[in-house]
Structure formats: structure tokens, C-alpha cells
Design a binder for this molecule. Structure first.
Ligand SMILES: [Zn+2]
Length: 256
């Protein structure tokens, strides 16, 4: 037979266990509720707002902007735009180039001159081959490529007039003075090609058509073509291994 004393003890223990469980449950559900309080929602949206406002506001549409986007989709406006501040920089240029093509915009001159001077200090003798190219001369080049290789092939390595970065005065092609691997993908494997790929961002330039990204840029790998975007943007593009298009997409400025 079970004694009354035992039954009383059993009741006390069971009651105590029940109260403990209820308390524990209450505390746990309090914890679960915490992240949903109003104050933390406000905190979160404030953080979001702040990171949006810290994004650089880049003008990618105005031809004179150093951030102007020019590719197969985005053309220069007006299509016959010519920069007002073209200068012939103090660097080696190709004597066969016209005065226009020996020119770039004044705003990139100091950076270009410093980069080629520093390259020379590393025993790399570089020449700028094509700086500014007018709407008219781009049309001349493009039509010649079409005659030689057909329209589809020409589109892969040459821009249609109004869609060349060279028309912005912010881009140029580089080669060795002795033209080793001249406008050839083997330039990327030369000392100069490697040095430029590793250092151009220090001067505000980006390798505009990187290897393996032609589906995004629209152009095959061009280890000789560089474009100015300024140091901050160039550094980020270099560090994150992006194309300019991907960088702008991450800022929400374009879709791909
Ligand atoms: Zn080029």
C-alpha cells in the first residue's frame, strides 16, 4: 500500500516540476520575441539607409563624366562627341597615329604620364597607340574590319562608331616600343602586360576587357586596352576582380 506521506511528496515534486517547466517556457518565448521588437527593426532600416547613401553617385551617362559607360548597349551622347580638353601627353606615342589619336583628355594626363614613367623605371618601354578616336575615324576602322572579316567577326574586336571607349578620350591602347605582341593576347603574358594588370589601378586605370569576361563586356580579352575611372573605383574593381559592367550592376546603376 502507498502511504499518504508518499502521495503528498509526489504531489509536491510534480507541482514543482510543472512550475519550473512553465517558467522555462515563458523565458524562452520572451527570448524568441526579442529580435522582433520595434527598436531593432528601426535600427536595421537605418543601417540599410546609411549603406545606400554611402554608395558613390556615378554619372555614367554624360559623355564628359569620368565614369561614362560606353559599350555595345550604351553609346556616347551625342554620337559625334569630341572632348574639349584633348592634349598630347608627354609619353611615347605612335608616329603613325594622327594627332587626335596621340591625344587623351587633360584630366587623365598626369596619371598616364606617371604610370608610363614608373613602368619605364621597371625597364618597360611602353608606347601609347590609340588615345582619342573620333566618331568618323572609328567608322572608318570598323568598316575596314567588316570588309576584311565580315560583320559578326568585326563586332567582336571593334566597336561601332559612337560605341568606342576611345571616343571618350579616357581610354588608350599600350604596347612595347618594339611592338612585341602588339595588340595580341600574348601581350598579357609579357612583363609589361603583367605589370600593367597589377599596377594600372594605382593610377586610376582599369583593364577594361579582362580574360574570360567577354560575355559581360561584349569584347574579347584585350590586355592592352586601359580606361580611366579614378583610383577609388579602379581599386575596388581590381580588388574584387570585376568588370566595369559588374561594378555598376552592384551599385544598382545598370542591369546585365
Ligand atoms: Zn582600345
Amino acid at each position: 500500500m502507498i502511504s499518504k506521506d508518499f502521495l503528498r511528496k509526489l504531489l509536491i515534486v510534480t507541482g514543482a516540476l510543472l512550475i519550473t517547466s512553465l517558467l522555462a517556457y515563458g523565458l524562452r518565448s520572451d527570448k524568441n520575441k526579442k529580435p522582433k521588437t520595434d527598436s531593432s527593426v528601426t535600427e536595421k532600416s537605418e543601417v540599410k539607409k546609411e549603406s545606400v547613401s554611402k554608395r558613390p553617385q556615378l554619372d555614367i551617362k554624360t559623355a564628359t563624366s569620368q565614369y561614362v559607360l560606353v559599350n555595345k548597349t550604351y553609346g556616347i551622347q551625342p554620337e559625334d562627341y569630341k572632348p574639349g580638353d584633348l592634349v598630347v601627353p608627354d609619353v611615347a606615342t605612335s608616329s603613325s597615329d594622327s594627332k587626335d589619336e596621340q591625344s587623351i583628355r587633360e584630366i587623365i594626363r598626369p596619371s598616364l604620364e606617371k604610370m608610363l614613367k614608373d613602368a619605364k623605371a621597371s625597364n618597360l618601354d611602353l608606347v601609347m597607340n590609340s588615345g582619342f578616336r573620333s566618331f568618323k575615324s572609328q567608322g572608318f576602322y570598323f568598316n575596314n574590319y567588316v570588309k576584311q572579316s565580315g560583320l559578326e567577326a568585326a563586332k567582336k574586336f571593334s566597336a561601332q562608331p559612337g560605341h568606342s571607349e576611345h571616343q571618350t578620350g579616357l581610354a588608350f591602347d599600350l604596347s612595347y616600343a618594339d611592338r612585341k605582341c602588339y595588340l595580341d593576347i600574348c601581350f598579357g603574358q609579357t612583363d609589361a602586360g603583367k605589370w600593367l594588370a597589377d599596377h594600372a589601378h594605382d593610377y586610376g586605370f582599369i583593364l577594361r576587357y579582362p580574360y574570360g569576361k567577354s560575355d559581360i563586356t561584349g569584347y574579347q580579352y584585350e590586355p592592352w586596352h586601359f580606361r580611366y575611372v579614378g583610383k577609388d573605383v579602379a581599386n575596388e574593381i581590381y580588388e574584387k576582380k570585376l568588370t566595369y559592367e559588374e561594378y555598376l550592376k552592384n551599385l544598382g546603376l545598370i542591369t546585365l
